[in-house]
Design a protein around this ligand. Structure first.
Ligand code: SAM
Length: 261
């Protein structure tokens, strides 16, 4: 998701108290941001941010950070946060003079940041879980390292996650999902949940034609296929998920953790 540059977006981001303006300064002391010693979970590539905000609302006993690299997209998430705070029916226009402030006790914050630099933000063990939802597929081979589930990114996650913790990843893109399973195996992660059609929305006739869809996916050789249980994560729909599932695309989901703890 990359929106056209929106005039005024940088000013709104710079003035928003939903946004951490100087995130590297909090490395090693993220809990001070929230003033509560609750576990911190992270979503990378929040888009318009509904998933993060629904999750934060459902879990007041946890804190959440949402990372998004494009200002134009982060602006949409700020507008959503403001809309929810003020109980408005629609997001405020960019030009609004008075913008709602972050409510007391708000347990999420937003960051404009490129996840490639993740280890500059967190000490080892500061993050308890990472959510990756409908991440950009970067289909060209030469861009494979930019995929958020590539071995390069898994290494970055290992540098910030608590031992024994891991990621939850959802996508409608079967090639990206298969790539992710391979990368997890090569990186020695443990697959704890895997589904190739999480909501049963796969279009059966299409699935029969192309061999995808339904819960009959290929698991990277040597990894077990724990597809029958329930994921540990809350099944909260993202904006992309809602759209793709409604169109009959199977949604793939996996959960995996760093092995050996
Ligand atoms: N998660 C949302 C959803 O499911 O509705 C949005 C999905 S959108 C396809 C992917 C988002 O990830 C985009 O907003 C993109 O800007 C962001 N993104 C991609 N790579 C990123 C990176 N390295 N760091 C931070 N954000 C990234």
């Amino acid at each position: 998701m990359r929106l056209r540059n929106i005039p005024g977006s940088r000013d709104i981001i710079a003035a928003s108290d939903f946004v951490i303006q100087d995130p590297e300064a909090y490395k090693g002391r993220w809990k001070t941001v929230f003033g509560k010693d609750h576990p911190i979970e992270l979503e990378i590539g929040i888009g318009k941010g509904r998933f993060l905000m629904d999750l934060a609302q459902k879990h007041p006993e946890r804190n959440y950070l949402g990372i998004e690299m494009y200002s134009s997209v982060l602006l949409r998430a700020i507008q959503k946060a403001e809309q929810r705070t003020a109980g408005l029916a629609a997001p405020l226009p960019v030009s609004a003079e008075e913008r709602p402030k972050r409510p007391e006790g708000c347990n999420f914050r937003l960051l404009r940041f490129d996840a490639t630099e993740l280890p500059y933000l967190f000490e080892q063990g500061e993050i308890e879980k990472i959510y990756l939802n409908f991440s950009d597929p970067w289909p060209k081979d030469r861009h494979a390292d930019r995929r958020l589930t590539s071995a390069c990114f898994l290494k970055r996650y290992e540098q910030v996650l608590q031992p024994g913790h891991g990621i939850a990843f959802k996508t409608d893109n079967r090639d990206l999902f298969d790539f992710s399973l391979d990368q997890l195996k090569e990186s020695g992660w443990e697959l704890t949940f895997c589904s190739f059609d999480l909501h049963g929305t796969g279009n059966r006739s299409q699935a029969e034609k192309d061999g995808t869809g339904s819960d009959t996916g290929r698991i990277a050789e040597g990894m077990s296929a724990p597809g029958s249980g329930q994921p540990e994560s809350d099944l909260i729909m993202t904006e992309y998920e809602e759209k793709f599932a409604a169109e009959g695309h199977p949604i793939c989901m996996l959960e995996a953790r760093i092995r050996g703890h």
